[in-house]
Unconditional design. Structure first.
Length: 151
């Protein structure tokens, strides 16, 4: 079993575990199916910074993006979320499977600081798959950063 996300995690040389689970309809269901706390099931959100310029924001399952915090961190007045087709074009992944690993473009990565030091589960590029990784190793491999970007 391999996806671009799994291949990218392997190529990065970080330890990871692929977790296969059935269909889910919410973050809570996904966390139960993967046997993790909701806060460790991390949503990868694609944020548009400018036309044709995106970034990944990794958000714990029990939190949401704080737009004011993210705008302040990035020094911009406006950010938005692209529609599903645009997000797929920017990443190569469908919503619900998006991950920074193996993305069509290596967009910048910002992980909420609450993921630091934890083992998290990200999308693995395919429905029904999770990619469990140490957040610190993943963010280092992705050349990302930790910041307080959620409420």
């Amino acid at each position: 079993m391999s996806t671009p996300a799994i291949a990218a995690a392997a190529a990065a040389g970080i330890p990871y575990e692929v977790v296969r689970h059935g269909p889910v309809n919410s973050v809570e269901e996904a966390a139960r199916a993967q046997g993790v706390e909701v806060r460790d099931l991390v949503k990868t959100l694609v944020v548009r910074r400018a036309e044709g310029e995106y970034l990944f924001v990794l958000v714990p399952g029990d939190r949401s993006i704080s737009w004011p915090k993210l705008r302040t961190l990035l020094g911009v007045n406006r950010l938005s979320m692209p529609d599903a087709a645009t997000a797929k074009d920017a990443t190569g992944y469908e919503r619900g499977t998006i991950t920074p690993f193996g993305s069509a473009t290596a967009w910048p990565v910002i992980a909420d600081e609450r993921t630091r030091g934890r083992t998290i589960s990200l999308g693995a590029g395919e429905r029904g798959l999770g990619l469990r990784v140490a957040a610190d190793a993943a963010i280092k491999a992705l050349e990302g950063m930790f910041a307080d970007v959620t409420d």
